[in-house]
Design a binder for this molecule. Structure first.
Ligand SMILES: [Zn+2]
Length: 284
């Protein structure tokens, strides 16, 4: 981050003990008050846009939520960090070298002992996607991978704006594609009960607003519509599926507490767009 006059983060006093390798470390948290964070619009992907403030410069709230052990690079969201399954402990530890290798392919110099920045923040999501394979189905790991993939795509987009020659836009696309797959599977697992998506308290997808499971349905369809390119015939099948999923959001047509009108409007709009695209593809 750029040097500014005010602090934008701090370390929690209580140490965290990594359940995988036993290393003690401190969690860094963002400071958002006092005019540091200026909220602007929400994008069609339900991402909050922030304007850099004079006081604190650019702040990226998304770089903080994933906890990462600086020693073995085990990573998960706060609530899940300590609940790595006993059955997976030894494999989680044995994959330390693999995690380091994978993350350094993208970011050759990276240090989670230092203050978070866009590089470590983005890397934290790549690590989380891998590490949720060690966490039980009662924590809805596939959904956590989905939201992590989407946030990684956003942050790669931010990196690409700052460093346009580094191929980060290609990685952004890769992460959007991953998100499509994980969102689709999350919805399927929610239906079959394979994973306890009802245990999820916060669906995001960004940090400032929880759009609930309706948001998951909408996001899944939107990502498929925007980034899911396939051969023509397969694309029609996929889009028809996306249409079915998004129509569940406005099924009853009324907004409610769990179905804010904002998402209702976005979903109807998306439904129309998908319809138009299907019609175009069918003609060709
Ligand atoms: Zn560790």
């Amino acid at each position: 981050m750029e040097e500014t006059s005010v602090k934008t983060s701090y370390y929690l006093k209580t140490s965290i003990n990594c359940p995988v390798c036993g290393t003690e470390f401190k969690k860094e948290e963002m400071l958002s008050g006092g005019g540091r964070l200026i909220a602007k619009d929400i994008t069609d992907e339900l991402r909050r846009v922030y304007e850099p403030s004079k006081k604190a410069g650019e702040i990226y709230p998304l770089i903080y939520p994933v906890m990462v052990c600086p020693e073995c690079l085990y990573a998960a969201y706060n609530d899940d960090f300590q609940v790595v399954s006993k059955d997976f402990l030894s494999i989680a530890l044995s994959q330390k070298v693999k995690r380091e290798h994978d993350v350094k392919l993208v970011f050759p110099i990276i240090d989670f002992r230092k203050h978070r920045n866009l590089f470590t923040g983005t890397a934290s999501y790549i690590l989380a996607i891998g590490c949720y394979s060690f966490i039980g189905e009662e924590r809805a790991p596939t959904f956590k991978k989905a939201i992590s993939s989407l946030r990684a795509a956003w942050l790669f987009g931010d990196l690409h704006i700052k460093y346009p020659d580094q191929n980060y836009d290609r990685l952004k696309t890769v992460m959007y594609k991953k998100a499509i797959g994980y969102y689709e599977r999350s919805i399927k697992y929610a239906q079959t009960g394979e994973e306890r998506i009802d245990s999820v308290k916060y669906f995001g997808p960004d940090l400032d607003k929880n759009y609930g499971f309706q948001g998951v349905l909408y996001t899944s369809s939107l990502l498929l519509f925007k980034y899911g390119e396939e051969e023509d015939e397969e694309e029609i099948v996929k889009l028809q599926n996306a249409k079915r999923v998004v129509s569940r959001v406005f099924g009853s047509g009324k907004s409610s507490k769990s179905k804010p009108s904002y998402i209702l409007e976005l979903s109807k709009d998306l439904y129309e767009k998908i319809n138009t695209k299907i019609a175009e593809l069918s003609k060709g």
